[in-house]
Design a protein around this ligand. Structure first.
Ligand code: PLP
Length: 542
């Protein structure tokens, strides 16, 4: 063996600091040579991101760990996670979970919801029966027409996501891109061999099937990734390459990357209108993604106002209703020339209950409507692990049946149409959401929503009081009805202890680094008071 490899094979590995090449059991050392590659560096020094768990205790030698080693390693990891869970305050994710007693059984069951949720598949180890119950629940909560009915274009269609809202955004934009590009609809699906589906659609103007995307500067990073993965032109990309000198917001200056927001974090409807008009006038279909509960400031875009504005502009330019023709035989469908997607990662799971709480007199206000009550809403997504709370990422995507695109190909292999983003889909997530919804009535959820709203108001008031006491501007702010309060980033120890997330925001051209806390169900006044106590210590804001 070359000398260099021998040196690396000596790197101490695993809980007993065994030289790596000595970690093999007899059977696996074929002819005295270790199977696989030796480490090229000591991983203990290469990875430093979770210093709370000593890396050598959890390293996995080819022999695995013996019972004592396993017990020690698992205890170390558990202590770390349990400590962080206790103080978790910085993200819009519920960490108070209690699924173990009832659902532990299913950790030894394989559940895979591969393919369309409404078609039972030849893959029988699935939870689609629960998935459909969950989807119907949200369809009703979000004022969609339900149940899903393939014959009824106004009825909803949706599925439970294997990732969170990031997948919902990706799927929503994919569907939107193909819809606006004139690709065939699912309900207009032709049998293979029909030439019609292969011909380019034709409509009005050279840009009629070249959509352009708009979203605000407070939008989640998953949208940036989605437009890149899907190769969708944003108004910034198209503006700066084709019309570099014509930025309509400030002629002669560079195009903004995203639509400007108000200080609260909601999309600026007037500036959006100017940008949309610029491209609608040139015949581009409009793809818009709005936030309902923006990630950092928790802001709610005024979806109804945006929809009315964009519909009006599109109507002026023939983009509200249009005919998409295929082939020469007059075959066509009617569809809109804009798509409105709502990213409701947290808000879509939470605000319906806050609205109920408002109607019951438990809180004074709730944000404006966002759901299928708005006729111009095309698609919506929510994360399951945020408001509801699940041990891993999951979520819901929903659209109207008549807006679905034909899946890329039929999939005989799984025995159900391949209408979702993933192949294998996590069937445990549907079970978790079903379990949660079965055990929490609307009344329970409205009370929880009111409590969290009250806790956010409490945290806001306490931070304002602290700001007065310290006589220092901590930039304390809470956007209307949001569950988050933001303030100046404190010392790194506090940031780590409470898992506070940071973001740099430009205020009047000056960069400010904020953190925020989220008043989720697991957070208590006591924990907020503890945090404030730490923030009051000298040096907390050094
Ligand atoms: C959290 C979040 C997402 C991404 O959701 P994941 O569940 O992490 O994929 C998308 N949009 C907004 C507004 C979010 O807050």
């Amino acid at each position: 063996m070359p000398r260099e490899a021998e040196t690396h094979a000596d790197i101490p590995f695993g809980p007993e600091d065994t030289p790596w090449q000595k970690t093999f059991s007899g059977l696996r050392v074929g002819g005295g040579r270790p199977y696989g590659t030796p480490p090229s560096l000591d991983p203990r020094t290469a990875y430093t991101s979770v210093p709370e768990v000593p890396h050598h205790k959890v390293q996995l030698p080819p022999t695995g760990l013996d019972a004592d080693q396993y017990t020690e390693a698992e205890a170390l990891f558990r202590r770390h996670i349990d400590t962080q869970t206790r103080n978790f305050a910085g993200y819009q994710v519920t960490s108070a979970l209690d699924y173990e007693q009832r659902l532990g059984h299913y950790l030894n069951r394989h559940l895979n919801n591969v393919g369309d949720p409404y078609q039972s598949s030849s893959y029988t180890l699935n939870s689609k029966v629960l998935e459909r119950a969950v989807l119907d629940y949200f369809a009703s909560l979000w004022h969609a027409k339900w149940p899903h009915n393939p014959q009824d274009p106004e009825s909803y269609w949706g599925y439970v996501l294997t990732m969170g809202a990031s997948e919902g955004n990706l799927y929503g934009l994919w569907n939107a891109r193909d819809y606006l590009s004139g690709k065939p609809l699912r309900t207009h699906h032709r049998t293979p061999g029909d030439r019609a589906v292969e011909q380019a659609p034709h409509g009005e103007g050279p840009h009629a099937f070249h959509p352009v995307a708009f979203f605000s500067e407070d939008t989640h990073y998953s949208l940036t990734k989605a437009v890149r993965a899907l190769d969708i032109d944003t108004f910034h990309a198209l503006g700066s390459t084709r019309y570099p000198d014509d930025n309509p917001l400030a002629p002669g200056t560079p195009w903004p990357r995203e639509v400007p927001s108000t200080e609260d974090g909601a999309i600026d409807v007037e500036q959006l209108a100017v940008l949309v008009r610029f491209f609608a006038r040139r015949g581009h279909p409009i793809l818009l993604s709005l936030n309902y509960g923006s990630t950092f400031k928790g802001a709610y875009d005024d979806i109804e106002a945006v929809a009315a504005t964009v519909r009006g502009i599109c109507a002026e330019h023939g983009l509200d209703h249009r005919r998409v023709h295929r082939g020469q035989d007059g075959d066509h469908d009617e569809r809109s020339g804009f798509w409105l997607h709502v990213d409701g990662a947290l808000g879509a799971g939470y605000v319906p209950y806050l609205e109920m709480a408002r109607d019951a007199g438990l809180v004074e206000q709730a944000p404006p409507a966002f759901d299928f009550r708005l006729g111009d809403l095309h698609s919506l997504t929510m994360s399951g692990h945020k408001w509801m709370g699940t041990p891993w990422a999951c979520g819901v995507f929903m659209t109207r049946t008549g807006l679905q695109m034909a899946p890329p190909r039929a999939s005989e292999y799984i025995g159900a149409a391949d209408t979702t983003f993933a192949g294998s889909r996590n069937g445990f997530s549907s079970l978790l959401m079903w379990d949660y919804l079965a055990r929490h009535s609307y009344d329970d959820q409205a009370r929880l929503a009111a409590e969290c709203d009250g806790l956010a108001a409490y945290a806001h008031a306490q931070l304002l009081a602290l700001q007065d006491q310290l006589d220092q501007d901590l930039w304390v702010a809470r956007s209307p009805q949001s569950l988050t309060v933001r303030f100046r980033r404190p010392h790194a120890d506090i940031v780590r202890r409470y898992s506070l997330s940071s973001e740099t925001v430009h205020v009047d051209g000056v960069a400010r680094t904020y953190v925020h806390l989220y008043a989720m169900r697991h957070l208590t006044r006591q924990r907020v008071d503890e945090l404030i106590g730490e923030l009051r210590q000298p040096g907390a804001f050094a």
